[in-house]
Write a protein that binds this ligand. Sequence first.
Ligand code: SDX
Length: 433
Amino acid sequence: MTDQTKAAGSATLNYGGKTVDLPVLSGTTGPDVIDIRKLYGATEAFTYDPGFTSTAACESGLTFIDGDKGTLLHRGYPIDQLAKHSNFVEVCHLLLHGELPTASEYESFERSITMHTMLHSQFDRFFEGFRRDAHPMAIMVGTVGALSAFYHDSLDIHDPVQRNISAIRLIAKMPTIAARAFKYSVGQPFIHPKNDLNYAENFLRMCFAVPAEEYEVNPVLAKAMDRIFILHADHEQNASTSTVRLAGSSGANPFACIAAGIACLWGPSHGGANEEALNMLKEIGTPEKIPEFIAGVKDKRYKLMGFGHRVYKNYDPRAKVMQESANEVLAAVGDPNDPLFQVAKELEQVALNDEYFIERKLYPNVDFYSGITLSAMGFPTTMFTVLFALARTVGWIAQWQEMMADPSQKIGRPRQLYTGPTERDYVPISQRG
Ligand code: SDX
C-alpha cells in the first residue's frame, strides 16, 4: 500500500457464529475499500463477485473514473483538458512518470520514442506467414507477443531500467506494427517511420503513403488522430488492463503481457465495440430504420453497440470529445452530412430519450463515434480495434510498471464457488451403463 492509503475504520461481518472486523481503507478520492485479505483465513468463506462489479483488484494512482459524474482523470488531469491542450506523447509521459513533462523532459522523452520506432528487419517476415485477409487484430496478437523474441536485453522485469526500455519500445513500435498490419492487408509495401514527423503524423504516413508519390500529412487528420490516441490511452482496471496485470503478476515479460491485453481488447464487449458500432450503423442505414432497430434492442435481439458501460452511468466524457473529432474530420475530408453520422446522432437522441435506456443508464461510450471518424480518415473497420490497442499500450504498460514496482505484488489467483460433482470413485468402462 502507498502512503496515499489511509485507514478508515472497519466493517464488521457476522458469519458462521463468528464476528470478523475487516479494515476499511480510503484513497485520495472515490469509494473506500473493505480489505478482505484476511477473510478466508478468518471464516473459510470466499467473497463472490463474477465480473468484478464490486471488487477493487489493486491500488493505482494512474486513472480515476467517476461513473456517476462522467469524469475521467489521468494523474488528476481531466480528459477533456488533456484532449484540448496536450498531445499523446505528453500524456504518455504523464501516465508513465506521474507528471506533465517540462520542455526539456518532453524533448528527451519524445526523442527516446522516435529513436525506437523501427523494427528489426527480420520482424517484417512475420507478416508473410498470415493470409492477406487475416484480421489485423489477429496479426497484432501474434506479432506483439513475438517482440519478446527480439529484445532479450530488456526482459528482466525486476530491473526498472529494463522495464522502462520495454515501455518505450512498445509505445514506439506499436504504430509501426499496426501500420504494417494495415499495409499487409491491402497488399501495399511497408513504409518506414520518419524521425522528422510527430507520433500521429508518422503513423498516418506509414498507413497511407505509397512509394510512388510524396505524402503530405493532413494536419486536421494528424490532430484528430493524436486526440483519438489520448482518448484511448488508459481507463482504470478495464478488462484488457486487468488481463495485462494478471499476466504480469506471474512474472511474464512485458511483450507477452501486452499481447494478452490485445487479445482481450479484441472482444466486441470491449475494444471490438468500435468495429461493431460502425457495422451496426451501416446495418441500420437510414434514420427511418432506427425505430425498428430500437425495438430489436428492447427484444434483446441486438445490443446498441457503442452504448453502455460498466462504470459510466452517465455520458462517457470521451464520447463528447470523439463527437467533436467526428465533426472536424467529416468537415475536413468527409461529408459533413455523412449518412452514418446522421444515423448516429439521431440514434443517440432516440436512445437518450427512451425509458428503456434511461432506466438502464445507457449512454454513448468512447466507441460510439470513433468508427465514423476513423472511417472518414480512411481506415477500414477491421483496423478500428488495432488503433484502440495502439493507443491503450501506454496505459497497459504504465499499469504493468505500477504493479511491478509494488514490493507487495504477488501472483493473482482468484478462487471459485464450486458446483461440480463431489468426490466419487473411478468406474471401469466395463461397469458403465
Ligand atoms: C469499452 O471497462 C472499460 O473501461 C472499457 C472501456 C475502456 O476504455 O477500456 O471503456 C472500453 O470497452 C467500452 C464499452 C464498449 N462496449 C460496447 O459498446 C458494447 C455494448 N455495451 C454492452 O455490451 C455493455 O454495456 C457493457 C459490456 C459495456 C457493460 O455491460 P455491464 O456493465 O455488464 O452491464 P450489463 O450487461 O449488466 O447491462 C445492464 C443492462 C442489461 O439489461 P437487463 O438484463 O437489465 O434487462 O443493460 C443492458 C443489458 O442487457 N445493456 C444493453 C447494452 N449495454 C447494457 N442493452 C442494449 N445495448 C447495450 N449496449
